[in-house]
Design a protein around this ligand. Structure first.
Ligand code: B16
Ligand code: MG
Length: 222
């Protein structure tokens, strides 16, 4: 593409995980769907759109909006744990083949270009998933979602930039969720969206897949 080169200079790439580096979104959906069916709460792909990039506790709150009775904190905790068990079972067999096409090459190109790399995922399962995908060693920092407010708050992206020692204005964030793009922009970073431009209107550029990202289109060599 012949899009803008931004920011000048770019010193770091900060990646989301689910929906950017690997396709776990449908596994999160299936795990939530199984839980919702078990407790008799209506849940479908349309409601699921609101869960993209959203942390586990907030996702459960969104699902329970359609419940016919209230749930206490202990019950909610148990439900979230149950869903996480289903999800962890689903990713147990993940490996390098589950990376989206082009991810290893992009991480390699980032290294070659002297860029720092960090992960800003809302998922508490991110470190385990990085290990399984065989790319844990490709990141200079992994922001801890337990220590930041959930997206669309910019906290997770700011924590990632701080861990890298790079000013937010010198970072590009890469996200598939509207909440994540908002978080990146609120952090003062440039944002590349992965997915449908109609869903990611706040992004500075949107690509259909991570494999379409050519670093030279976005990072100035000077
Ligand atoms: P967990 P990301 C997010 O990851 C997912 O997009 C979102 O659907 C999920 O609810 C969230 O992680 C929490 O995941 O239950 O594993 O902690 O897109 O920010 O990498
Ligand atoms: Mg995501």
């Amino acid at each position: 593409m012949s899009g803008p080169v931004f920011p000048r200079p770019c010193r770091a790439l900060i990646f989301d995980l689910d929906g950017v580096l690997t396709d776990t979104a449908h596994l999160h959906y299936r795990a939530w769907k199984r839980l919702a069916d078990e407790i008799g709460v209506p849940f479908d792909e349309r409601v699921n759109l609101r869960l993209k990039g959203v942390d586990r506790a907030t996702s459960l709150e969104i699902i329970l909006e359609r419940a016919t009775r209230g749930y206490g904190d202990a019950e909610k905790h148990a439900l979230a744990e149950r869903k996480n068990g289903y999800y962890r079972d689903a990713i147990a067999g993940f490996g390098r083949d589950d990376l989206f096409p082009g991810v290893p090459a992009l991480l390699h190109a980032a290294r070659e270009a002297g860029l720092r790399t960090a992960l800003a995922s809302a998922s508490r399962n991110a470190p385990a998933l990085l290990q399984r995908l065989g790319i844990a060693g490709d990141f200079d920092a992994v922001a801890d979602p337990a220590k930041a407010r959930p997206k669309p708050d910019p906290g997770l992206f700011l924590a990632a930039a701080a861990a890298l020692g790079v000013a937010p204005g010198d970072c590009i964030g890469i996200e598939d969720a509207a909440a994540g793009i908002h978080a990146i922009k609120a952090a003062g970073m440039a944002a590349i969206g992965i997915g449908d431009p109609a869903d990611l209107a706040e992004a500075d550029a949107v690509l259909p897949a991570i494999g379409a990202l050519r670093l030279e289109d976005f990072v100035s060599k000077t």
